[in-house]
Write a protein that binds this ligand. Structure first.
Ligand code: ZN
Length: 201
């Protein structure tokens, strides 16, 4: 354990920064120092932005996205094609697909995947709301943009089964997604190609 070089307030800041994804103890220390040095232009606006976002965070009651409004920005955006619904495992995947700017669609965030081994069943996910949402709606195609993991594919089969008696077109991402791959870690080009060349289930 290295000896503390700063007071408890700064040490606490470093400890919290070190919990962020992609930041270890060393980069957290560097980030903290950077914030301290740029107090007015960076630390104070960041503190205000965190407090502001924290006060307003809401989970969209339609799609499960995280935003500061409900319905979320994506759900109320009139420029999106209401006939395509892309089903993702989590908000990170929704943001990854948006980053790839591949498709102007709406989303449904499941909040995980079916995992019999971990005891995660249909009732633990936003599946009932998905089935209810697609029935009698403008939605014509459901794109299952789930990870190529065993659990992701179990979920694909489950949803395909549940939608079998509807007139919906059900598609999945093209095979550009590596087996075992998680969407959030794919580069935008691969992700964009995978959703454009989606295949019918
Ligand atoms: Zn939404």
């Amino acid at each position: 354990m290295p000896r503390a070089v700063a007071g408890p307030e700064i040490e606490r800041l470093i400890q919290l920064l070190a919990r962020l994804p992609g930041l270890g103890p060393r980069s957290a220390r560097r980030a903290a120092l950077h914030l301290v040095k740029r107090r007015e232009e960076l630390m104070q606006p960041l503190a205000a932005a965190i407090a502001d976002a924290n006060a307003k965070i809401e989970i969209c009651s339609i799609c499960g996205n995280v935003d500061t409004r409900d319905p979320c920005t994506v759900c109320v955006d009139p420029m999106r094609d209401p006939s395509i619904l892309v089903v993702v495992e989590n908000v990170a995947d929704l943001w990854a697909l948006e980053r790839a700017v591949a498709i102007a669609c709406r989303y449904h965030v499941l909040g995980g995947t079916l995992s019999p081994l971990d005891g995660i069943g249909p009732d633990d996910l936003n599946l009932a709301s998905l089935i209810a949402r697609v029935q009698g709606s403008e939605i014509k195609e459901v794109v299952l943009a789930l990870n190529s993991t065993v659990d992701g594919q179990t979920t694909v089969h489950y949803i395909t089964d549940r939608l079998r008696d509807t007139n919906l077109k059900v598609t999945r991402l093209a095979s550009g997604v590596p087996v075992g791959g998680e969407l959030d870690y794919l580069d935008e080009g691969t992700l964009s190609a995978a959703i454009r060349a989606r295949t019918l289930l």
